[in-house]
Design a protein around this ligand. Structure first.
Ligand code: TXA
Ligand code: MG
Length: 366
């Protein structure tokens, strides 16, 4: 049985790092959630990026339940979520290296994950770190996430709340689709604002690297990170190689995947190439950004049914709606999803990283 409990984030305020609840019902719901966490159970909760599946990061029994609920590959480490800077020192027993301070001052709480050194005598469950000598750490900005951590008094290991390989969840109903009967409680705080996951940065290597583009852009890291981050590059080449552009890059890249096949297209895509890919598809979902319209696709496949699911026009809108539209296309039983590419500036890097991983094929301009 999975219970879904609604909370209005506006009913939570903070006195420094201490959460205050403006009504009794909110306090009760948070009490129940904290109680489950203390019993080594998993609780799904909203963050500003995507929903997470949280458990006490120091309990191997609890963290194991996260991997089981998601069916997550065993070698993928988890991000640990804190509600205050004190928690990093007092609860996780590490100090934050100098290099991160300008970024943390600017972006915490918020969609930035930093790799911190794992102390030798750390009591963080080895299931969170998977043999690395670092752990990923972030302070979420969402009031429900932060209050849950503070109120339960534990740092929470929390991956995205989707079943492994599926698109991340930006609404409680998406979590229910994937986690029905697999977790006891989902806290429903409405739609996640950012919509893509946090940016994961490694400031312990030289030069520092972005391991996963996300809610904080490369440009913002360079702008606000101070001298240590000026030469930061993203490890991510969001464009698949030309030789792979026609047929599947392969399971290695499969991630964030709707059930339907996904084809990524440049606005001036090669029509013949796209047409061949839609062979046999009867219901085609179009996730458009700036230039592609249903009429464009009707010009390619005159007899297919085109379901138009616009992603929005700004990159913030596109980030926000991307995963939800993938799920909408699946729920409407589309058998092909055509997504219009964006450029990789600012939020575009994270968007194109997710799209490339979801897509089987990328059809470029002629
Ligand atoms: O926005 C987010 O980060 C969301 C919300 C729930 O906070 N969480 C999330 O977690 O996206 P997950 O598990 O889906 O993705 C975590 C990413 C993975 O790519 C993982 O490999 C990487 O962070 N990661 C975690 N710890 C790491 C470490 N010690 N070294 C390198 N990569 C690490
Ligand atoms: Mg994930």
């Amino acid at each position: 049985m999975t219970l879904v409990n609604k909370i209005d984030p506006r009913c939570i305020r903070f006195d420094n790092d201490k959460p205050l609840f403006t009504d009794e019902r909110t306090r009760e719901v948070m009490d129940d959630a904290a109680q489950l966490l203390r019993q080594d159970q998993v609780v799904a909760f909203p963050t500003e990026t995507v929903y997470g599946l949280g458990a006490n990061c120091k309990s191997t029994q609890a963290v194991r339940k996260i991997y089981e609920a998601k069916n997550r590959p065993a070698d993928n480490p988890l991000i640990i979520h804190v509600s205050s800077l004190d928690m990093v020192t007092l609860c996780l027993g590490t100090t934050i290296p100098e290099i991160y301070w300008p970024l943390i001052r600017k972006f915490w709480p918020g969609p930035l994950t930093v790799l911190l050194p794992l102390p030798n005598d750390s009591d963080i469950s080895p299931l969170c770190t998977k043999g690395q000598n670092t752990f990923g750490c972030r302070m979420p900005a969402h009031p429900i996430a932060r209050a849950l951590i503070a109120y339960s008094g534990m740092a929470l290991a929390a991956p995205s709340a989707n079943a492994s390989t599926r698109p991340s969840c930006t609404e409680a109903k998406h979590v229910l689709e994937d986690m029905q009967g697999r977790v006891p409680l989902i806290l429903d705080g409405g739609a996640s604002n950012v919509g893509v996951e946090s940016t994961v940065v490694d400031g312990l290597s030289d030069p520092p690297r972005i391991l996963r583009p996300g809610g904080v852009s490369l440009e913002d890291i360079i702008k606000h990170g101070g001298p240590g981050w000026i030469n930061t590059r993203s490890e991510i080449n969001v464009h698949v190689k030309d030789s792979e552009s026609v047929k599947a890059p392969g399971m290695k890249y499969k991630h964030y995947s709707p059930r339907a096949r996904v084809v990524l297209v440049d606005p001036d895509f090669n029509k013949d190439e796209l047409e061949a890919l839609g062979d046999g598809a009867r219901k085609i979902a179009l996730l458009s950004t700036l230039r592609t319209s249903p009429a464009t696709l009707r010009g390619v496949w005159p007899s297919a049914q085109i379901l138009h699911l616009p992603l929005g026009r700004t990159k913030s809108e596109i980030s926000h709606s991307l995963f939800a539209r993938f799920r909408d296309a699946d729920n409407a039983s589309a058998d092909l999803i055509v997504v219009e590419a964006v450029d990789t500036e600012n939020e575009g890097l994270a968007i194109m990283n997710r799209l490339n991983k979801a897509a089987e094929t990328y059809v470029r301009a002629v």
